[in-house]
Design a binder for this molecule. Sequence first.
Ligand code: ADP
Ligand code: MG
Length: 628
Amino acid sequence: MLRSMPKIQKLPSHEAQKIAAGEVVERPSNVVKELVENSIDAGATHITISIENGGKDRIQVIDNGHGMSPEDAILCFEHHATSKISSVNDIPSIVTFGFRGEALSSISSVSHVTLLTKEALAPHGTCVKLEGGIVQSSEPVSCQDGTDITIESLFYNVPARHKFLKKKDTEWRQITLLFQAFCLDYPTIHFKLLHDHKMVYSCPATTTITQRLAQLYDTALTEKVVALNLHNEKQNLIINGVISTHAYYRYDRSSIFFFVNKRWVKNQGLAKALLKGYLNVLPQGRFPAAFIMISIDPESLDVNIHPRKEDVLFLNPRTIELHLQQEVTKLLTTIAPQKNSSASLFAQPIAANERHRLSPLPFSAAPFAAQPSYKPFDFTPFEPARLPNTPQRFTPSDTAATQTEPEPKIFAVVATQTTINTQSIPLFSVIGQFNTTYIMLEQDGGLVLVDQHAAHERILYEQIGAQLTTVETVPLLFPIYIALPQEEIITLTPYISLLTSHGITIEPFDERHVIITTTPVYLKQIDFAELLRHLLGLITEHASLEQDQLFKLLNEKMQAQIACKAAIKAGDTLTVQAMEELIKNLYTTNNNFCCPHGRPTSWFIATTDIEKKFKRDYQKKKREDSFL
Ligand code: ADP
Ligand code: MG
């Protein structure tokens, strides 16, 4: 069938504008970025950002900058309307964020806009309303000095883009990261951030980045950072900032920020160099917090490689990366507690130490010293009634101060499975414990080595899975307080039911703390703060998944994590009886050949193989031969 050749048509300018808008604005956080940059360019010292539904419904930015005249209040929405340059020749000398005059025209073409703006000396301000880039009204109003701009119904007229907006939480997360970046980059500006009418951050002007960190993050981080200062005159390079020490880690990269010549950038090379600097300091899969400001000759930098200027290209990236990596390593080495012990350099989750107690303080050293010793490993069924007296609310750092007998670290995690079907269990006899890590058994004409942690982990994993609906819980006499940054509490809130289903009752206490009031009976010495941080890391990492997929994944991961935390560890001394119980439990557990992470639980060495090693088979063969 013949089809006539489509004719070339010039797109109506508003359609072309909508397409171009996609370059500048892909998601709500891009809008926030453009608006806040305009406020900074306007010399504002107070900037308030108010977000609704992750920015999908409404974004409002209020500043006390120089405002606009009634004419400019309309002009600013036109394509290539800017007050920042008058010719291309000005570009190299600009000091402001914007200059292309594209942001407001692009944003307004795909949303509903309300602009209120007033210059300081003007008798009145102006209110302009636009829909899809078309001015609906413009009138004089009385309003505050500065600019107050509201973007509603983003992408209402571009269904394809609207469909690709992420979940509220995901968009909100991007906005908080951006907000943190602005706060760190401009400590002298008072920033506020509200979400769904609730104040999430209020950060009054400060002079130092450390004060800024204290406003944005909890003390778990701020007490564990060191300053980084490097000035290389030859290369005209200055690297300033703060980085977390070996004593802190996160499960994601969300606290790593780079600023190059005052612009927040996401630069892979810099991130890699930073992490290389932490090599052997943080365990695998853990990330530091780092806030790094790089100042470099603008000539050795290309800032136009990204349509939204989110990355930069260095003329000599390797030199800068090497400088950064070496400086980080140098800093961490000088502050490391024991340089000769690499193990001691590994991080402790710091939020764990952030547990606050209800006042009046329920604990003193005395009841703790009276702690029953579970030595050797105690497999007796757990008595929930005993829980309020047990010291499981104390973190390792608490115990270090009071505990006189630190080794071995033994605690009562119970295999709650009491009725073991002994018929299905092969005959075995425990030989002993090797290296306080492996249980040695004689069985089926061979020697079996069982990894005590992997085995217990699998047993608990299966039990937790099976008991999910009827998990036995114990109320805590003294709730566990955990400090978390506000945005993390918000991120966590929709997933609280997940924790509840695992027997952990958790609720927001105030803006910076959550409390745990009930725990499952099988969780005794678990570090809840670390568990929450792990969960938060997973939520961020898998934010793009569909809700039910994410829940399923988190559920499995939580189950594995709890099993891992609650299981006996390598290094725990076990009695013969405890070993027997563990092995019996293992043999009646599903999937008992490996732990939930896929490591084998046991290893069988046939007697014949042992004989071969001792050349006994050779002797035997010789004897047999001699009969021939
Ligand atoms: P650009 O920032 O690249 O100039 P924009 O589209 O972001 O382009 O803004 C257009 C113009 O509108 C700016 O050049 C500035 O004159 C004016 N403007 C925008 N936001 C503000 C604000 N918050 N305060 C004062 N003027 C503003
Ligand atoms: Mg701008």
